[in-house]
Write a protein that binds this ligand. Sequence first.
Ligand SMILES: Nc1nc2c(c(=O)[nH]1)N[C@H]1C(S)=C(S)[C@@H](COP(=O)(O)O)O[C@H]1N2
Ligand SMILES: [Mo]
Length: 443
Amino acid sequence: MSRLERLGEQVAEAPESRTPPNPPIPAAGPFRREFWRSPLRGQWLTSFLGSTLLPLVIVAALTGFLSHAAYNPALGSNDVSGGFEVDLYFFDWPTQPAWLYSLTQSLHLLAGFAAIPILLAKLWSVIPKLFERPATRSLAHALERLSLLLLVGSALFLFVTGVINVQYWLPFGFSFVPAHYYAALIFVGALALHLVLKLPVVARTFRRDGVFRPLGEGIERMRAADPAVDDLAPVVPAAPTISRRGMLGAVGLGSLGLLTMTAGSNLLGAVREIALLSPRGQSYGDGPNDFQVNKTAALVGIEPSQTGGSWRLQLTGAGRDVSLTRADLLAMPQHDERLPIACVEGWTTWQDWSGVRLADLAALAGVDSGGDAEVLVESLQEGGAFAQATLAANQIFDPRSLLALRVNGADISPDHGYPARVIVPALPGVHNTKWVKRMTFTV
Ligand SMILES: Nc1nc2c(c(=O)[nH]1)N[C@H]1C(S)=C(S)[C@@H](COP(=O)(O)O)O[C@H]1N2
Ligand SMILES: [Mo]
């Protein structure tokens, strides 16, 4: 046997068992539980943050769905979902009190903004769970993690789109209202499941640690929770650099700060200047038309030639077509109403409007207040969600609902919708259509 052949045989005979088995790849970085060392983390912190977050989220969700109801989504052109609208509402959005939408929408923004620091802190408190290994232990565990993915994903989506919408910085290629609405439906479903799974843990934690007791501990007395009984506690805790109450105080301050800033753009004129996250309160010139403008006439492409002497209001109703000049409208009975425009973005502006009643225009078109009348209001503006709106009978026939021609004693300015705009009490701002050209009544 040649040397070469012997060598070949040796190799062939070498028993497999002599090669050591591959050791399991050690978990690295954040996938190791020892990586997460903050002594603040534990079930109490997460339970406490969750319990403060919950009421805010409930207010934001309820007022959010009310806002959607206020859009009358089941009416004609108001369906923003591309035909998928599910009408969850069994009531007509009222016109009384006039500040209703201003209130619900302010609450929506206040609760939403105040929740942001708490939500971030809560996510921070559970972040080791994101890196948990094995990723799924059982079907139940996999489903729970999937529901958490939906919960956290939809929550982040709602907050990010909400804040961005208030900034008018709309880089997304989808429209805000349906996206925010459908994310909210996912969020509420995932939250309900989360509450079922976690409320028992919260109750147990508060029974064990007390609801407020850990708040009494300064940094010297604070201990990390026991990882043997607390799945959120660090296994190798670092020395504390802040107490739990210090951390929660900072979160609370952040929350209060955002609340005040948001209130500035909504409720309290006095702090309007600090509404940094809602860039409002600018000047729109002097005089009667100096109030909030989001979309100017130039921005949406309204030409002076469209709003001059050749402008007509086209009314269509029960077999009747009427064409009115602005002078015709001014010759009709004029009514004065002090009414708000309350925008979905949370700001409200009250002004003294004057013009003709929508009810009088309905009568001109041959439509009376009996029955289920609707009106489709169309703007000179072309395309987009703001170019038209459909109003329900209770809105048309409220005597305070106007096609406004003047504001604060002057003609409404081009930016506020000259020659004529809709103003209806408690209607979301977006449906107070500017630069109206046609109203089509159906019965
Ligand atoms: N034709 C038309 N009407 C419109 C709008 C618009 O962009 N186009 N904006 C709506 C919105 S979102 C609000 S809040 C009110 C006030 O908007 P403004 O601040 O742009 O005047 O008018 C509404 N009417
Ligand atoms: Mo708006």
